[in-house]
Design a protein around this ligand. Structure first.
Ligand SMILES: Cc1cc2nc3c(=O)[nH]c(=O)nc-3n(C[C@H](O)[C@H](O)[C@H](O)COP(=O)(O)OP(=O)(O)OC[C@H]3O[C@@H](n4cnc5c(N)ncnc54)[C@H](O)[C@@H]3O)c2cc1C
Ligand code: FES
Length: 424
């Protein structure tokens, strides 16, 4: 006879076995679900990468099929949007209705503005401020440039006031194709730090939007410096990008916050953007840096980054006005400005002019002599005015932002050092 204890023991064993089986079953199911989740995540990631690659491929294909243009092309202002902080965005569409060639984020447009009380057109450059993936318009964001604080009686900025006050939806502007060597390479995946001071945010915004829209998982930090909330633009847009993209980190610096503005709520740091701040916030110095802002900010950041052992090749910058940052490369720059009496020959125009010191640059001398030279920034930044030097030498009044090739010069900031023959 089997005793009650034996029956109980067998019953117990059966229950334990059943529980063990259930546990194995549950574990199997849980493991299966976990594996399925991991697989789903991997699939999603793969899909994201494929979409990113496909988007880039399409961009490259579009690049091949949509021709850029030479000279000036007519664009219609489709929208004019006040961003705050005296900055206004203009959405431009080609007047001929044809497709827009792509651009690299960081590049700019050159405008030929016809102001009513000026004989000569006014040339001004403005960075493209939206992503190149927005293929039906170009956008520029322009700050109204008032007189310098120390010279309140001086006339306000001609080009920016014209945009703000005179140009409206439906108006036509003449625009050169996107250009400039300051841009982000979207085919790379290295981590980047984008630094925008004031309206210097515009090229950074294009880069940041492009990174997010391409689906790239590139680690990206944006440092945006303004005086206070009055100048802080596209706040909601930046917050949304940071919330939607794990790899995007936005750091807002107010150098002079207002009394009711609170650190941690309205802005992240109550200071200027500096390398000291990077040392506190960034995990390392192993980033590629892109900088655009007022000259003092660019000066201090570029030299402090060098001291922080960031190689020069990883520091890219754009000046919106006269270039101030000193390059390490050996530029053919002379500190002394020229004397007078040199003969400047414009070889192709068959004209000889004596330099009498009354012109600010060779570009001005050419224009006043009836010789049309290309120009953009008129500050040594954009490279539009590069002209071949057939014989002779020039001096630069400022350090060129774009180093011209040997045998050529940037006429907008050059003056003759010796007798000179230009291919113009
Ligand atoms: C590559 C590049 C990209 C750029 N991107 C942007 C951008 O995205 N957004 C943007 O807003 N800007 C940008 N800029 C700057 C822009 O091109 C203009 O330089 C800017 O708008 C000022 O031009 P303006 O015609 O309004 O002023 P200007 O007429 O050139 O005057 C400049 C300043 O000089 C002052 N001034 C004029 N006359 C006198 C005088 N007699 N005495 C003392 N002061 C005087 C004016 O009040 C003004 O403050 C960019 C520049 C470059 C080179
Ligand atoms: S006009 Fe831009 S560099 Fe001379």
């Amino acid at each position: 006879m089997i005793g009650t204890e034996v029956i109980q023991a067998i019953g117990g064993l059966i229950i334990v076995a059943a529980f063990a089986q259930l546990a194995v079953l549950l574990y199997g199911t849980w493991r299966g679900a976990a594996l399925a989740r991991v697989r789903q995540d991997l699939d999603n990631e793969l899909l994201r990468q494929r979409v990113a690659a496909e988007t880039l491929n399409r961009e490259v294909e579009r690049n091949k099929t949509v021709a850029t243009w030479s000279g000036f092309r007519k664009f219609r202002i489709r929208d004019k949007v006040q961003d705050g902080g005296d900055i206004c965005s203009f959405y431009l569409v080609p007047h001929d209705g044809k497709a827009l060639p792509p651009f690299a984020p960081g590049q700019y447009l050159t405008f030929n503005l016809r102001l009513p009380d000026r004989d000569k057109p006014l040339v001004r450059c403005y960075s493209l401020s939206d992503s190149p993936f927005q293929t039906d318009y170009y956008r520029v964001s322009i700050k109204r440039q008032g007189p310098p604080p120390r010279e309140p009686e001086a006339p306000p900025g001609l080009g920016s006031y014209f945009f703000h006050d005179a140009l409206n939806i439906g108006d036509i502007v003449d625009v050169k194709a996107p250009s400039g060597n300051f841009f982000l390479d979207l085919s790379k995946h290295n981590p980047v730090v984008l630094i925008g001071g004031g309206v210097g945010l515009t090229p950074m915004l294009s880069m940041l939007n492009a990174i997010c829209e391409s689906g790239s998982q590139r680690e990206t930090w944006l440092f945006y410096g303004v005086r206070n909330g009055d100048e802080h633009i596209v706040q909601e847009h930046l917050e949304a990008l940071e919330a939607e993209h794990e790899h995007v980190h936005v750091q807002i610096c107010y150098s002079d916050p207002k009394d009711d503005e609170v650190e941690g709520r309205d802005f992240d740091h109550g200071c200027r953007i500096s390398v000291e701040l990077f040392k506190r916030i960034l995990p390392s110095n192993n980033f590629e840096f892109y900088i655009c802002g007022p000259p003092p900010m660019m000066d201090s950041l570029t030299s402090d980054l060098r001291e922080w052992d960031v190689p020069d090749r990883d520091v890219n910058f754009e000046a919106f006005g006269p270039a101030s940052v000193k390059k390490t490369a050996t530029a053919t720059v002379s500190a002394e400005t020229s004397s007078v009496g040199q003969v400047v020959t414009f070889a192709r125009s068959n004209k000889k002019v004596t330099w009498d010191g009354s012109h600010g640059s060779l570009l001005e001398l050419a224009e006043d002599s009836g010789i049309a030279l290309d120009s953009g920034c008129r500050a040594g930044s954009c490279g539009s005015c590069i002209t071949a030097v057939k014989t002779g030498e020039v001096s630069y009044m400022e350090e060129p932002g774009t180093l011209p090739e040997d045998g050529s010069c940037l006429t907008c900031i050059a003056v003759p050092k010796t007798d000179l023959a230009l291919d113009a």
